[in-house]
Every structure is written in structure tokens, then in C-alpha cells.
Design a protein around this ligand. Structure first.
Ligand code: A3P
Length: 323
């Protein structure tokens, strides 16, 4: 099937684009298939992503943005590489665990010279590790026939959306208030929305033998249990001593202070490309690392609207993931 898209015509999409100071100058599109909102540039690469040749021994990590992707990438990379903490600390996670569609998100104005993430993902030695934020309809179609191991990580939509707001401020200098951004999010006008397409479709697939369903909230509550569960899924043995080492390495403070996982260089490079001043002190990719803190940041009115929106979307489903 070929991937196409139509321009997203919605006043909130215009407002979001203005908040990005028109860096996504061609606006946003809604893809077909998938109904995903993406910057128009995505269509330049969407077919290449969809046709990406999959291998049986790949390990895929799929999430809605800001759901604990980097945290899980670091865990999976270590499990797949004999707990080689030294190399993990020396090499940025983006090099060790490529983000498939990343190239398609780089605004056209600053795309020249950006690395081709699709080629990076393809050219890895086996077993390849690939990250994506795409829903099933846009992911490589061979995923559903070759059936490599796929880990999906879900996070409460309020926390993921709030984290996404701060991410966009940090990396792209977004100039909207949190409530304004969340209004765009609830109206499915933000890149990678609708949130529910990704989460509910993977929820339905969660019992497939090649799919592991994890959540950010479980990782916060009992990281050791998630480490053991993920290791078993990947057919890796870990001793209790190794679980303790991993817990230490994967703690929020350790990942925040680790240049290979906190994206410091990526944040600064993006801000420089966009001619933004250096990130204000204290702001970093590893921001807060909490469950439920977003409720205190949005207005009470937005919190109520969010609750209603959640009820509307899970009604009639058997979803019992994080809300
Ligand atoms: P917050 O912005 O809420 O702090 P992703 O990697 O999918 O972009 O997710 C980023 C979110 O995961 C951020 O959330 C980040 O702080 C959080 N995160 C990353 N590593 C973490 C860790 N070791 N412990 C807790 N949260 C972590």
C-alpha cells in the first residue's frame, strides 16, 4: 500500500504551526493509512519507512513519544549487548539504537546534512535495534509477516502529552503555553497524534507471542520486575546482581547525568540550527521522571477536559493500561 496524506486543515493546527514559528513551514498532514498527524515533510520518507526490510532477529521498540522510550532503549541495548556498561556510556543512544523515522521530522529548512536515520537503522549489524513512534498502519509492513520481537511501552496520556510539550519547548523552542499545547493535543493536531491509535492498537496486539507490553508506570513502580520480564522476553538471563547493576544504571539521576542518554548534544545542536539561545539552566531531556505530576502543571479546567477525553476514548474498549 502506498502512503499519502492530506493537509490538516484545523485552526489549532495553524496555531501550533505558528507556535513553532512556522519551522514546519509546510504545515501538518494527516496520513493515509494511519490517520496520523505529522509535519508535511514526513511524506518524503513515509514510503521508505513502510517498505523498510525487516529481519526476524531485529528487536523493535515502539511507543507514543515521551512514554519512556529512551529508558527502555538503554535497558534493551544493555540486555542485547552483554551488559556492556562501558560502551553504553561512551556512545550516544541514538547511534546504538537508531530512531527509524527521525530524518522525516527534521524541518525542511534545516534538513541539509541531517543523518539518514532509515539507512542507519538498516545498516546495523544483526541483531538490529530499531525505535519508532509510528502506529501499526505506518510501521514497516514486513513487521506483521516477519514478526520480530516488538516491545511497546505505554504511558499515561496526560504525562506523555505534558512531557511532549516541554520536549517541544526545549528542542524546537515552541512558543505556546502548556494549556494551549494540550488543547491542540486533545484535538489531534499535534505530531504523532491521535494518541489512542498507537496505544489501543498495540493493546489489542499485546498477547501476541512476539510482542511485549510494558508501561512507564510499571518501570517507576518496580524497575527490577520490568528488567526481569524484558530479559525473559529477549531470551537473556540476568542474575540478581546484574538486575541491581541495571537498576542503578537506569535510575533517573544516573540517566540524567549520563551524556550518552540525556541528549545534551542533540538538544544543543537542534537549538543552534534553529538559532535559539542555549537551553535555560536546569532544562534537559531528562526532565522530571514522575508519574502523575502533569496534573499539577495543567489548569484544573484542562485536567477536567483531559479526564473527559480519556473517558470518551476508552469507553467500549477493554483497555486497562495507564490513564
Ligand atoms: P518527563 O518529561 O515527564 O520527565 P522518551 O524517552 O519516550 O522521550 O520519554 C522521556 C520521558 O521519560 C521524560 O519524562 C524523561 O524524564 C523520562 N525518563 C527517561 N529516563 C527516565 C528514568 N530513568 N526514570 C524515570 N523517567 C525517565
Amino acid at each position: 500500500m502506498s502512503v499519502s496524506g492530506e493537509r490538516l486543515r484545523h485552526p489549532l493546527a495553524e496555531r501550533l504551526s505558528a507556535g513553532f514559528e512556522h519551522r514546519y513551514g509546510d504545515g501538518f498532514v494527516v496520513t493515509r493509512p494511519g490517520g496520523l498527524v505529522m509535519p508535511a515533510e514526513f511524506l518524503l520518507d513515509a514510503q521508505r519507512v513502510h517498505d523498510f526490510p525487516v529481519r526476524q532477529d531485529d528487536v523493535w521498540l515502539v511507543t507514543f513519544p515521551k512514554s519512556g522510550t529512551t529508558w527502555t532503549q538503554e535497558l534493551v541495548w544493555l540486555l542485547m549487548n552483554d551488559l556492556d556498561f562501558e560502551t553504553a556510556k561512551e556512545t550516544c543512544i541514538t547511534k546504538r539504537f537508531p530512531y527509524l523515522e527521525h530524518v522525516s521530522l527534521v524541518p525542511a529548512a534545516v534538513r541539509q546534512g541531517a543523518p539518514d536515520s532509515i539507512r542507519q537503522a538498516a545498516d546495523q549489524p544483526a541483531p538490529r535495534l530499531v525505535k519508532s513512534h509510528l502506529p501499526p498502519a505506518l510501521l514497516p509492513r514486513q513487521l506483521w509477516t516477519v514478526k520480530p520481537k516488538i516491545i511497546y511501552v505505554a504511558r499515561s496520556p496526560k504525562d506523555a502529552a505534558t512531557s511532549f510539550y516541554y520536549h517541544n519547548c526545549l528542542i524546537h523552542g515552541l512558543k505556546l503555553s502548556l494549556d494551549e499545547f494540550l488543547e491542540c493535543f486533545l484535538a489531534d493536531c499535534v505530531q504523532f497524534t491521535p494518541y489512542w491509535t498507537s496505544v489501543l492498537e498495540f493493546w489489542k496486539l499485546r498477547n501476541e507471542p512476539n510482542i511485549l507490553w510494558n508501561t512507564y508506570e510499571e518501570m517507576k513502580q518496580d524497575l527490577g520486575a520490568v528488567i526481569r520480564k524484558t530479559a525473559a522476553f529477549l531470551d537473556k538471563e540476568v542474575t540478581e546482581e546484574q538486575v541491581r547493576q541495571l537498576e542503578q544504571h537506569l535510575s533517573f539521576s544516573s540517566m540524567r547525568d549520563n551524556p550518552a542518554t540525556n541528549y545534551g548534544g542533540v538538544v544543543e545542536a537542534s537549538r543552534q540550527r534553529l538559532r535559539l539561545p542555549p537551553a535555560p539552566g536546569g532544562l534537559s531531556f531528562m526532565r522530571e521522571g514522575q508519574v502523575g505530576a502533569s496534573r499539577r502543571r495543567m489548569s484544573p479546567e484542562m485536567d477536567r477536559r483531559f479526564d473527559q477525553w480519556i473517558r470518551d476514548h476508552v469507553r467500549g474498549t477493554d483497555y486497562s493500561g495507564p490513564l
